[in-house]
Write a new protein. Structure first.
Length: 318
């Protein structure tokens, strides 16, 4: 039972040509036979499209550990299966690695968007190289998923890859790794332009001091609750004591101008209040794994109570 507690799932979304749906289902049956003998494999589920809510095929593959899941992603057996499916697909390859515990709800805090302009006539060779990169990066520490979008003539001229990691350090380690640099050099004859842009979740920079070194950033819903906890009273009190009586009635500023000034003040003050608040709620943002569920409930209840008190107090102020 302990193995299943730490199990992970590979969730793959792929778009299949309508005329190839039956062939793809048969191909997936062959993949099931291959993966069933792979070390650490638990189960596989195949979910066909159900338009309009679900337009892609979804394949869920469970493994006893992250190491086993990455082993399958990087395996020659999987690469061979992907080559066989290529003619049936529209082109999107969206792969997520998620834990089956509560931490699966975390969003990837660090991502890289890589856009590549491929030389005319080199598209097939680039796709083969792309599969090689996918296998290599599947072994990178901290990888949470990746997605490839092919070029669409007249709409999107670049091939786009989106990599998701558990933090800046692991993302940068992969981007700077000798293995990746060698792969980029191999692709040089195939590409005309190459750009990499790193992306982070919106509020993460405000929570760095409250996160233990080496630990992943807090869950997005926790960061959102703390931002709301500081932003709501800031906006209300500014509007009650400054915006309406001074900017509106004394200076007679138009509403769009007064609103802009209020937003500038709110952003500047929130940037100071959020880190201060996060440091005092560090016990809730990054609890020990064995106590996460109970601590999450306690912290959420505390913040909900704080919201209720503020609403009551501000109601009476009006």
């Amino acid at each position: 039972m302990s193995g299943e507690t730490n199990s992970v799932s590979i969730v793959t979304q792929t778009s299949v040509r309508p005329e190839s749906a039956e062939a793809f289902a048969q191909w997936q049956g062959g993949t099931s036979a291959v993966i069933s003998g792979f070390p650490g494999f638990i189960e596989q589920r195949l979910m066909p499209p159900h338009p309009p809510l679900q337009v892609d095929w979804v394949i869920l593959q469970r493994f006893v550990s992250l190491a086993h899941a990455k082993g399958w992603l990087a395996s020659s057996e999987r690469q061979a299966r992907i080559v066989g499916a290529a003619p049936m697909l529209v082109g999107r390859d969206d792969v997520h690695i998620v834990t089956d515990a509560a931490s699966a709800a975390r969003t990837a805090p660090a991502s890289a968007v890589i856009s590549t302009r491929v030389k005319p006539g080199m598209e097939d060779a680039y796709r083969k190289w792309e599969q090689k990169v996918a296998a290599a990066q599947s072994k990178a520490p901290g990888l949470q998923g990746y997605r490839f979008e092919p070029a669409v003539p007249g709409v999107q001229e670049d091939f786009v890859a989106i990599l998701r990691f558990d933090g800046d350090a692991n993302l940068q380690a992969w981007l700077d790794s000798p293995q990746r640099r060698q792969l980029i050099e191999e692709a040089a004859p195939l590409t005309a332009e190459f750009h990499t842009r790193t992306v982070q979740s919106g509020f993460e920079q405000w929570f760095r001091d409250a996160t233990p070194e080496g630990a992943p950033p807090p869950a997005a819903w926790k960061m959102n609750m703390i931002v709301l906890l500081t932003l709501y009273p800031t906006v209300f009190l500014w509007g009650l004591f400054v915006g309406t009586p001074f900017l509106g009635r004394v200076l007679h500023l138009d509403f769009p101008v007064a609103l802009f000034i209020g937003n500038v003040f709110s952003v500047l003050l929130t940037a100071r209040l959020v880190p201060w608040t996060a440091n005092r709620l560090g016990w809730w943002l990054s609890p020990p794994p064995e106590r996460r569920a109970s601590v999450d409930r306690q912290g959420a209840a505390l913040l909900i109570a704080a919201f209720a008190v503020m609403i009551l107090v501000f109601w009476k102020l009006l």
